[in-house]
Write a protein of this length. Structure first.
Ligand SMILES: C[S@@+](CC[C@H](N)C(=O)[O-])C[C@H]1O[C@@H](n2cnc3c(N)ncnc32)[C@H](O)[C@@H]1O
Length: 431
């Protein structure tokens, strides 16, 4: 039986409020609703989470007392209800009625009257309730993140915050072994799919409107992959040469690993490692679709498997686990999941990963460090801590299109209609 779409969205939001990532919860819920409700479930989930901190601050004003943890689904439902009243074309009375109705599907009959009262009061008092919000909530960000962005990026903050609140563009990576970017663009045009070449990566195409990947010509045979332009820079900056042995130490789901192989078909070996065996399966799926080969390995970069010999890699890519503060527009659940206290823990983990991998690099070899974070503690500061203790590590410059040559590290900032916010740096091992 198909689940009520608003009840499903409420459960998605509730799961995120409870600490589960959107990527983990949404796919299962999409299967529970009818096919015609899937787009709406997606919109309600992403939209509500994107505005989560703002909607939650409004909801707090509307509730006499906080809801109990066991009623997180009702909190999720009320947040989805507020989102619909503000940001969808569903007429107010229909949005209220459908949201109230979803209490039945959630088997929370007691919440029917309260849901109705809360949403109706919002319609009556929207202006005052919105005016009472602090700056961070009004900007749909948790306070700690809002303040961090303002402090670290004073002149770019408004653009970053705006980008974090937008739907991201769908960007493709063209496999130049199969087709030129110009020819692929012409093919899209012929099919009436509006798209343009992107400027940062010369492999990238941005679609005017997101579409189902299976509707992309050549997707199943590996002609294109979906990958943000900023992420495409990892393989482009790595510049792996023919015959080299390369380690992608945090490889899953494999976007960058596949791009490395596409760019250098004569590579000696690519070892794609990840700590998460389940996620490693996605690397395998991607390699299969693209007809590429790599050595897959479950392993912890902090204490690499003994089978990886010391000084055996020419290049290492460390796409480190991070706060994802640079890809919030793609992962709006980050706004509700991340805590300020996570940042120091992540920075320590990133440092230990660098320290664990460094012995695997040949002398004269190079390591590219990347994160999808815009928070300095996870980026330059990790490198500085690493360099202080590692005398044979030398920061090296990298060629970043549009920014010229940059030393130690370069931050791409998220921008509306532009790229994700990724950080890149290069370290060379002294000979
Ligand atoms: C940012 S994602 C990598 C994305 C990937 N490079 C791509 O382009 O598709 C970070 C990955 O690091 C993995 N990871 C986290 N801690 C790790 C560790 N100690 N050793 C190896 N992998 C780790 C996570 O499982 C996750 O898949």
């Amino acid at each position: 039986m198909n689940t009520d779409v608003r009840a499903a969205a409420a459960r998605v939001v509730a799961a995120v409020l409870g600490g589960t990532s959107l990527n983990r919860v949404l796919p299962g819920k999409l299967k529970e609703v009818s096919e015609r409700d899937r787009a709406l479930l997606q919109q309600l989930s992403y939209g509500t989470l994107r505005q989560g901190p703002r909607l939650d601050a409004i909801l707090k004003q509307l509730l006499d007392k906080p809801l109990r943890d066991k009623d997180r689904d009702i909190r999720g439902l009320l947040l989805c209800g507020l989102y619909q009243l503000d940001s969808t074309r569903v007429p107010d009375h229909a949005a209220v009625a459908a949201t109230v109705d979803a209490t039945r599907a959630l088997k929370k009959h007691w919440a029917k009257g309260m849901t109705n009262a809360v949403l109706r009061r919002y319609l009556r008092e929207r202006e005052q309730l919105t005016e009472a919000l602090d700056q961070a909530a009004a900007a749909c960000h948790p306070t700690w993140l809002f303040q961090t962005i303002l402090k670290q990026w004073p002149t770019a903050a408004a653009g970053i915050i705006d980008a974090n609140n937008q739907q991201p563009p769908m960007t493709l990576r063209v496999n130049l072994n199969q087709v030129s970017r110009g020819d692929y663009l012409a093919g899209l045009e012929g099919l009436g799919i509006a798209a343009k070449a992107s400027s940062l990566s010369n492999h990238a195409i941005q679609l005017a409107t997101p579409i189902d990947v299976w509707d992309l010509p050549g997707f199943s045979s590996g002609t294109v992959s979906v990958q943000d332009e900023a992420a495409q820079m990892a393989a482009l900056l790595l510049q792996a040469q023919a015959g080299e042995r390369v380690l992608d130490a945090c490889a899953a789901p494999g976007g960058k690993a596949c791009h490395i192989l596409e760019l250098q078909p004569q590579l000696g070996e690519l070892v794609a490692m990840d700590i998460d065996t389940l996620r490693l399966q996605k690397v395998s799926d991607n390699l299969t679709r693209l007809g590429l080969t790599a050595t897959l390995m479950t392993g912890d970069a902090i204490e690499p498997p003994a089978s990886l010999a010391a000084a055996s890699f020419d290049r290492i890519l460390v796409d480190a686990p991070c706060s994802a503060s640079g890809v919030i527009r793609r992962h709006p659940d980050v706004k509700l999941l991340r805590r300020e206290s996570d940042i120091a823990l992540l920075a320590d983990q990133q440092l230990r990963i660098l320290q664990g991998l460094w012995p695997l690099l040949k002398s004269g070899g190079s390591l590219r460090y990347a994160t999808c974070s815009i928070i300095d503690e996870e980026n330059s500061q990790v490198l500085q801590r690493f360099l202080t203790a590692q005398s044979d590590a030398v920061p090296s410059s990298l060629e970043m299109p549009g920014s010229g040559t940059v030393t130690v590290g370069h931050q791409l900032l998220p921008s509306a209609g532009g790229t994700d916010g990724l950080f890149y740096a290069t370290l060379k091992k002294a000979k």
